[in-house]
Structures are given as C-alpha cells and as structure tokens.
Design a protein around this ligand. Structure first.
Ligand code: SAH
Length: 249
C-alpha cells in the first residue's frame, strides 16, 4: 500500500497560476512551467504541486497529464486563504539590470504590498522592463510561499508620486544625510506606509526640497554609512517589517 502523504504537504513545488483557481479545475500550464516541473524537477504524473493565484489562496494540485510541451494540473483542495499583506509600499528609483531585479525579488520576499518604480532626475535607467521585473517577483513569491503577489505599479515621475500620494499614508524618505533614526521614527508612526529610496546619485537639491515639503514625508536615516540603493531598500523594508509589519505576529 502506498504511504499516506503527510498533511499538509510541505516543500512541494509551487507555481503561480494567473487565473482564478477552484476545486476540480483542470489547469493547462504553459511550456515554461511544464518544462520546470517535468524536465527540471522530473515530476511524473500523479505528483503533487502547490498552486496560488493571488486571488483565492493556495491549492494542492495533482499533475494529471504530461504533454510534449505542456501539462495539466488538477486542483484538489485549498490549503490556505490568500494572506493579508502588510501595508508597505516600496518606491525606488530604478537602477541597472541585475540590481533592480534583486530589489524586486527581495521586496517580495520581505513582504512588501506594492512596488513603485519612481523616475527621478538622476535616474540612469529611464525605461523599466516591467515584464522582467514581474517575472522576478513571481519567482520570488513561488519560493517564499507568498499567496499574494506584490503589485508592480507602472513607473511614475517623482513629481507624480508626490502629487498623487494618498492621505493617511506616511512616506518614509530614506535620507542619507540627515533624518531621524528609522527605528525611532517607527515608534511614532503607525499605519499604512511607503519607503522612498533614491538612485545611485541620490536626489537633487530641488527633489529633496519637494520631498521635505510634502505633508506625508518623514526623513529617516539608515545609519552613518552611505548605502547602495539596493542595500538601503532591503534595510528599510526589514526595519519596517520588524517594527510595524508582520515579523512580530
Ligand atoms: N547621494 C549619495 C548616494 C545615494 S545612495 C551620494 O552619491 O553620495 C542611494 C539612496 O539610498 C539614497 O538616495 C537614499 O535614499 C538611500 N540611502 C543610502 N544610504 C542611506 C542612509 N545611510 N540612510 C538613509 N538612506 C540612505
């Protein structure tokens, strides 16, 4: 007799499926996903896989058909509801390929709700490859067990970001020269938040003034050293998650 599988199943392969899932559905996966399951992981028909759709949560599914370039998964049972993601937005000036992918991946893993590329005067990379960033976000969500993807916003100018910034959302401006300790600022500022990180060359004087004059902005320091933008992003998200996010729950 086959051994009874452990319940709930741990460490199964996870895939993001961009359509709403329900029990009993047969899901045809694309060539890339099929290749990953069948040729990279060498799964056979009957293998179990976890699926999530960013809408209904996470599901257990069975690989029921393996084709030449595709495969079909049958959705069996819901394992988890879609999670409630901590209300933190990461706003950052795009930096070069590789590093920007890394920021998106880490922001997803660390639990950010929304990722907003912001074009500033000294932003070197003006064109953001949103598709590539999205692919990195999906991959990170698959491996870190998120049931909800962070939303990837279309790039906006700093001016647009500030003009359209919602009421009652604090904007922590990571300011490398000046600003109170982020850790201390978090004690005073609860609620929905965003973190703003500048490009490699920093913000211009005029941009600094515009940010400082914004009603939601709180300048914060991440210590005495000048960090690279990607390091600053990860450090700031981590501090917020530990102080106001879900790392303490
Ligand atoms: N203007 C700097 C480098 C900017 S570092 C220069 O050329 O000397 C890129 C971004 O990371 C900054 O805009 C800021 O948002 C953030 N950052 C880097 N170090 C930081 C620190 N110690 N505290 C807060 N933010 C920091």
């Amino acid at each position: 007799m086959p051994a009874t599988p452990a319940w709930p199943p741990e460490s199964l392969p996870r895939l993001f499926i961009n359509t709403e899932l329900a029990e009993g559905d047969d899901i045809a996966i694309d060539a890339a996903q099929a290749n990953y399951l069948v040729r990279v992981l060498r799964l056979k028909a009957g293998a179990q896989v976890k699926l999530f759709d960013d809408r209904t949560g996470e599901w257990l599914a069975e690989l029921v058909h393996i084709g030449k370039r595709d495969a079909v998964l049958s959705v069996e049972a819901r394992l988890r509801e879609r999670e409630d993601v901590p209300d933190l937005w990461l706003c950052f000036a795009p930096i070069k390929k590789g590093r920007i992918d890394w920021i998106a991946e880490k922001a997803c893993e660390l639990g950010v709700r929304r990722i907003l590329p912001v074009i500033t005067e000294r932003t070197i990379v003006k064109k953001v490859k949103t598709d590539r960033l999205h692919a990195h976000i999906v991959e990170a969500a698959e491996q870190c067990e998120r049931t909800a993807l962070p939303e990837l916003a279309d790039p906006v100018s700093l001016e647009m970001l500030l003009n359209n910034w919602p009421d009652r959302r604090i904007l922590f401006h990571a300011a490398e020269r000046g600003g109170q300790s982020f850790r201390k600022a978090l004690v005073q500022h609860d609620g929905p938040a965003g973190i703003l990180i500048g490009p490699e060359g920093g913000f211009t004087e005029a941009e600094m003034a515009a940010i400082a004059g914004h009603r939601a902005a709180v300048p914060v320091s991440l210590g005495p050293r000048i960090l690279r933008a990607d390091t600053a992003a990860v450090a700031a998200i981590s501090l917020w998650m530990a102080g106001r996010g879900d790392w303490n729950d």
